[in-house]
Unconditional design. Structure first.
Length: 453
């Protein structure tokens, strides 16, 4: 297993993820991302490379971000310390000030003991796999060790949050006046900036999960724990609730009745809105294979093409960049609006969702009715050979189930990328039918793909 996972380097802080590793990783990043014509041109002009460093509020982020900044400065890179801000804010700022790269210290929706290091290239874009492998290889090679006046400086990025807020507000097609929203900031990176931005956009704001103490991030709040948000929306009679995760690159919602509105429904609402104002490039939405069948049917009814990718926002981004598309995302709430962001942005998504409510005068429940959510059952079959998904007996069972469902559902088997398990997903118009078929397929997988005892 390599050091980098699907979203940077992640693990237990002071377990595998130590200050020493963070410092060495930063030094290797300076070696690899400090190469190329643009970097050489900056040096020729007498300028050092510049990097933005930011973090979420978990307590280990303090020493890990300090180690990252130290590793970069020791390598001759000037560091702008943006403090606690959302991951999409860090990505935006890298492009906004034309920094050479940036580092975000965050473990997103993971519990507080975990942490992670995400590296963004120039322009605020995620690194391709090949560059991550080069950085990992460089960790055991020679480092840049300038002396005297050539070492980097570490300075506070004083207006980082203000720049991001202005950017978000400038993206809005409509103000949010008249909408009462409950924001759940997951005791994370959005706790400071999200309430301010929604208020500046005209919304009436009630806030929960906005008291980070370093150890309560994602603890019973945020996009992975929507019960408190739903209860608060209903209790105070708000119009809508918006939930972020720890680093605020996700957005999920609840309507006025407390019903969850997931990433698929949010994408459907935004896709229709963007098509109306000719902002949906090629009338195309990019989604993963896990997106609900209802999304596909709703988009077809509105003349919108759905391009499918493997699971993971990096694959959505790759396809969006290849096709020049303007909207994509995942059921989990990672929504990418490429006109305004290079990565999923929970604040941007929430703002545009509420703008659609304000523009149309319709409730979130009415807007979400654009698609019918098909019951979806997911079974993780553990202790099996994930490489054997193509086994003939398994393939025959999938074909039989798909034939039985016809146009009223679908079946997807997917091998885990990190564990010895196979995920069985079944959608059907009837929840009991979906559960029955998923159970039967899981049994077939266990029977034919069982690992040796």
């Amino acid at each position: 297993m390599g050091l980098f996972g699907t979203d940077g380097v992640r693990g237990l802080a002071n377990g595998p993820l130590t200050a020493d590793l963070a410092l060495t990783l930063a030094q290797a990043t300076a070696v690899v991302l400090g190469q190329g014509r643009s970097a050489d041109a900056r040096r020729a002009a007498g300028r050092r490379l510049t990097a933005v460093v930011a973090r979420d509020p978990r307590v280990s982020g303090e020493f890990l971000a300090a180690a990252v900044a130290a590793g970069l400065a020791a390598s001759g890179v000037d560091v702008l310390d943006a403090g606690v801000i959302p991951t999409p804010a860090a990505a935006f700022l890298i492009g906004s000030i034309d920094a050479d790269f940036g580092v975000m210290v965050s473990a997103s929706h993971n519990p507080a003991p975990d942490n992670g290091i995400k590296i963004f290239a120039r322009g605020g874009v995620k690194l391709p796999d090949i560059v991550e492998r080069r950085i990992e290889a460089a960790m055991t090679g020679p480092m840049l060790l300038p002396t005297g006046a050539d070492v980097g400086r570490i300075r506070r990025f004083a207006d980082a949050e203000d720049r991001y807020v202005v950017h978000l507000l400038s993206s809005l097609p409509h103000r949010l006046d008249g909408i009462h929203v409950v924001l759940d900031c997951a005791n994370g990176a959005a706790a400071g900036v999200s309430p301010e931005t929604f208020r500046d956009a005209g919304a009436r704001v009630t806030v929960i999960g906005a008291d980070p103490d370093g150890v309560n991030i994602n603890d019973g709040v945020g996009s992975t724990h929507l019960d408190k948000l739903a209860a608060e929306v209903v209790r105070i009679g708000a119009d809508v609730g918006i939930a972020h995760d720890g680093d605020a690159d996700r957005c999920l919602a609840v309507d006025a009745t407390g019903t969850i509105v997931d990433g698929d429904q949010i994408m459907a609402i935004l896709a229709v809105a963007m098509k109306e104002r000719n902002a949906l490039v090629s009338n195309t939405l990019v989604a993963t294979v896990m997106s609900n069948l209802g999304l596909h049917r709703a988009m077809t009814e509105h003349g919108i093409i759905v391009e499918q990718t493997s699971v993971g926002d990096r694959y959505v981004l790759e396809r969006m960049n290849e096709g020049g598309f303007s909207l994509g995302g995942e059921q989990s709430g990672h929504v990418i609006m490429s006109e305004f962001a290079t990565t999923g942005d929970g604040l941007l998504t929430g703002l545009h969702l509420l703008a659609r409510m304000a523009e149309t005068g319709r409730s979130l429940a009415e807007l979400a009715a654009v698609m019918t959510v098909y019951p979806q059952v997911l079974v993780n079959v553990r202790g099996v050979d994930r490489e054997g998904v193509g086994h003939q007996a398994v393939a025959d069972a999938v074909a039989s189930a798909s034939s039985m469902l016809g146009d009223s559902g679908r079946v997807l088997l997917r091998a885990s990328g990190t564990e010895q398990l196979v995920r069985v997903m079944v959608e059907a118009s009837d929840a009991d039918v979906a559960s029955q078929i998923a159970g039967e397929l899981a049994d077939v997988v266990r029977t034919h793909l069982a690992l040796p005892a």
